[in-house]
Ligand binder design. Structure first.
Ligand SMILES: O=P(O)(O)OC[C@H]1O[C@H](OP(=O)(O)OP(=O)(O)O)[C@H](O)[C@@H]1O
Ligand SMILES: O=c1cc[nH]c(=O)[nH]1
Ligand SMILES: [Mg+2]
Length: 211
């Protein structure tokens, strides 16, 4: 099995991503854009959620209509930058419980270290959608997905904004059952493990911190 890779192609998404990448975009606008992109990618990532046909009575008649078969999946943000995407995801799935995985990548070794894990109990029955804007070496995504699976999630989807080919390959190898949804597949990683062309450090740009 190979994880499916969905590079979501939409004029409005691409328009926002152009502004997100722009070095001149300030933090408040960066956060707003991440939230909007998070909402759009959530629509795509939930396209295949199981549905059932149910009766709906309109003011004029009764009809058969498609509705979600079950409760909304758990949304999991990878801190910090995933919080920006989560904001928009919660608009689309307002009843979804929310989990957090705190990870920080060492700038020299590029290995992620975990500083937080909080998962709602519903993850064992509903499955999860994980949010992190950047898929670079793949180390953080692989670790975050492992934590969510260990918490009992039967189904996991991964949503990012910019993916490097190196990270996609490693993630697919480590978690072949996890579909990847991204707004862009970029060219490469540089010698410091940053995605090129990329958008820089998403967490720092989101929250106005220095690298
Ligand atoms: O694919 P990888 O090589 O693991 O890199 C990607 C990770 O790097 C960034 O987080 P960072 O560690 O900078 O934390 P932050 O969100 O708090 O800035 C990003 O949000 C990912 O979690
Ligand atoms: O380009 C990158 C790589 C890792 N993390 C980021 O925030 N940006
Ligand atoms: Mg960062």
């Amino acid at each position: 099995m190979t994880a499916s890779l969905h590079v979501v192609d939409h004029a409005l998404l691409s328009h926002r991503l152009a502004e997100l990448r722009d070095v001149a975009t300030p933090s408040p606008r960066f956060r707003r854009l991440l939230a909007e992109i998070g909402a759009m990618l959530t629509v795509e990532a939930t396209r295949g959620l199981p549905s059932v046909t149910a009766k709906v009575t309109t003011p004029l008649t009764t009809m058969d209509h498609r509705r979600l078969a079950g409760p909304e999946p758990v949304l999991v943000a990878v801190l910090r930058a995933g919080l920006g995407l989560l904001e928009g995801a919660m608009q689309i799935l307002p009843d979804a419980p929310v989990g957090h995985v705190g990870l920080m990548r060492d700038e020299h070794t590029l290995q992620p270290s975990q500083y937080l894990l909080r998962m709602p109990p519903e993850v064992t029955t509903r499955g999860a959608i994980l949010y992190d804007p950047m898929l670079a070496t793949g180390g953080s995504a692989i670790a975050a997905i492992s934590r969510v699976k260990e918490s009992g999630a039967p189904v996991v989807r991964f949503v990012c904004v910019v993916a490097a080919p190196e990270g996609v390959a490693k993630l697919r190898e480590a978690h072949p059952d996890v579909p990847i949804y991204t707004a862009a597949l970029d060219v490469k990683l540089n010698e410091r493990g940053f995605i090129v062309p990329g958008l820089g450090d998403a967490g720092d740009r989101c929250f106005g911190t220095e690298g």
